[in-house]
Ligand binder design. Structure first.
Ligand code: SF4
Ligand code: MG
Length: 332
C-alpha cells in the first residue's frame, strides 16, 4: 500500500528572541492506510508540535515548518494556503486533543456543534444532519443520544466529552485521525474504554491513527508501530511487538520502566531523572539525551547519533548501536 502520510526530514522551528530553534528536528516517518502509529515521549519532546505541523495549525508568527516535506495522499501539505488546508482539516485529517473542554464551545449544545461540523463539509438538510448526529453519538457509545444533543459540554463527564470529540472527529470519515493525548485527562477505566472505542472505529472505518502519548502502556494496547521521540528527534522506531520485546534506545528502556502497573503503588513509579532540555538549551552536537542517559559514554557529547535501521526494520539513534563501534557493555 502507498503511504497515506509521508513526513520527510521535517524541521519545525520556533522563534525565540529573534533566533530559530527546531522543536522538531529531521523527523521522517510514514503512515500506511489502516495503521495505528504511536508517538511516545515526555512532554517537550516535540510530539504535539509535529502534529500541529501536519495539521497546519502552528501558532502564526511563532512556529513554522522550516524544512522537509509533509505529503498526504501524495499531495504536499506544507505548500497549501489556509483555504486549501481548511478543506482537508476535519474532512480528510481530523484531530482530537487531551482536554475536550478547550475544543468544545461551552455556549452551544452538543447537537448544534456536531451539526456545524457536518454543514461545514457537506451539503445536507437540517433534518439529515440531526439524524447523522444521532448516528454518530451512537457510534461512539453514547446511549441516549437524543438527550445528549440538547446538553452543553459542562453537563457531560470527561469521558462523555471525549466521546463527543471523537464523534466530531469522525463525522466526515477522515482517512487520518491525529489523537494527541486523548486519554491523559481521564481516569484509568474510562481511558481503557476510550482506547477501545478508538480501535473499534479505526477497524470499522479502516482509518489510520497517529496516537500521541507520554504513556508507553497506551501504545502497547493500541498501536501497530511506535515512534519514540526525544528532544525533537526520533530516537527509536519499530513495530510495537519488537519495541516491547527488544527496546534498544536507553530512553525507551527508561520509559518502559515508568509504565504504570496495576500491581504497583503509583507513588513508587519509576520516573526518569532530569528533564528534557529546553529549546534554547538544546546541545548542538552529540546525543540530546546524554545528560540523562545511564549508558552515556565520553563520545556521546561529541558525536551526534544518527537514526540507523537494522535488518528487522528496527531503527535506533544511539551510539551504542552504530555499526562502526563494537557492541560493548557500558559500566553505569
Ligand atoms: Fe545514551 Fe550515548 Fe546512546 Fe545517547 S548515544 S542514548 S547518551 S548511549
Ligand atoms: Mg503535547
Amino acid at each position: 500500500k502507498a503511504p497515506l502520510l509521508e513526513v520527510k526530514n521535517l524541521e519545525t522551528a520556533f522563534g525565540i528572541d529573534g533566533k530559530d530553534y527546531n522543536a522538531v528536528d529531521q523527523v521522517t516517518f510514514h503512515v500506511e492506510p489502516g495503521k495505528v502509529i504511536g508517538v511516545v515521549g515526555e512532554s517537550g519532546c516535540g510530539k504535539s508540535v509535529m502534529s500541529l505541523s501536519i495539521m497546519g495549525l502552528l501558532p502564526k508568527g511563532i512556529g513554522k515548518v522550516n524544512a522537509g516535506e509533509i505529503k498526504f495522499n501524495g499531495r504536499n501539505l506544507e505548500n497549501l494556503n489556509d483555504n486549501e488546508m481548511n478543506k482537508i482539516r476535519g474532512k480528510d485529517i481530523a484531530m482530537i486533543f487531551q482536554e475536550p473542554m478547550t475544543s468544545l464551545n461551552p455556549v452551544f449544545t452538543i447537537g448544534y456543534q456536531l451539526e456545524e461540523v457536518l454543514h461545514n463539509h457537506f451539503k445536507i438538510s437540517k433534518k439529515e444532519a440531526r439524524q447523522k448526529v444521532v448516528q454518530l453519538l451512537t457510534a461512539v457509545g453514547i446511549s441516549r443520544p437524543e438527550k445528549i444533543v440538547h446538553e452543553y459540554p459542562h453537563q457531560l463527564s470527561g469521558g462523555m466529552r471525549q466521546r463527543v470529540m471523537i464523534a466530531m472527529a469522525i463525522a466526515c470519515q477522515p482517512q487520518l485521525l491525529i489523537a494527541d493525548e486523548p486519554t491523559t485527562a481521564l481516569d484509568v477505566t474510562v481511558q481503557a474504554q476510550i482506547l477501545e472505542l478508538l480501535k473499534d472505529i479505526q477497524r470499522k472505518n479502516d482509518m489510520s491513527i497517529i496516537l500521541i502519548t507520554h504513556d508507553l502502556g497506551v501504545v502497547s494496547e493500541s498501536c501497530d508501530e511506535v515512534i519514540v521521540m526525544y528532544a525533537g528527534r526520533i530516537v527509536e522506531k519499530t513495530d510495537v511487538r519488537r519495541l516491547f520485546q527488544e527496546p534498544k534506545h536507553p530512553y525507551t528502556e527508561l520509559l518502559m520502566g515508568s509504565i504504570p502497573r496495576m500491581d504497583v503503588d503509583t507513588d513508587q513509579l519509576a520516573t526518569i531523572d532530569g528533564m528534557v532540555p529546553s529549546l534554547k538549551n538544546m546541545p548542538q552536537v552529540g546525543c540530546r539525551f546524554a545528560n540523562r542517559c545511564p549508558k552515556a559514554m565520553q563520545e556521546c557529547t561529541e558525536v551526534t547519533p544518527q537514526l540507523k535501521e537494522n535488518e528487522y526494520g528496527h531503527e535506533v539513534a544511539c551510539l551504542l548501536y552504530e555499526s562502526s563501534r563494537p557492541a560493548r557493555e557500558v559500566s553505569q
